[in-house]
Design a protein around this ligand. Sequence first.
Ligand code: MG
Length: 203
Amino acid sequence: MRIFAVGRNYQDHISELKNQKPSAPVVFTKPDTAILRNNAPFYYPSFSKDIHHEVELVIRISKEGKSIEEKFASKYYDAVAIGIDFTARDLQDELKKQGLPWDIAKGFNGSAPLSEFIPLDEIKDIHHLSFSLKLNNNTVQQGSTQDMIFGIDGIISYISTFFTLRKGDVIFTGTPSGVGPVKIGDRLIAYLEDKEMLNFEIK
Ligand code: MG
């Protein structure tokens, strides 16, 4: 499986990082070694002093496809999860300044904690689905799929223009505002609607 991710997909988050609103989805990837499952702790890496949390809705691709038309995209995913797109903001800021690729700031070990998946048929309305993140019991991020700049179907269509999507691939769909630093000892709890999806510690 592969991990695709979309950046700058919520206007309030674009504003907080003073980025430009993109005219097409900003796509990047993480290696599968980034995934943390079963609420495994995240070990703060030595190469960064500014690791940020980004809570995101994640979709799971259910069959192979390329150049998928947007109107057919809903046939290509079957489940959703919550993930954290951990970002070494200090490294990313430096790389962005130099116009260089972000990979090491986004794809490092453990940078993609991922919850269990919930089948789509248990989701009431994918287009009005809320999710949130608590940092040490304070809600720091809240989002809804209705506020995405590029919707799920558009993202699938766009990514599949360049990369053949395969069953089991996952797509992180972008973070709402409220991103910020974590530190050793913090606990992150993420929710899909009211359901607890992730609950793990920074070590
Ligand atoms: Mg992100």
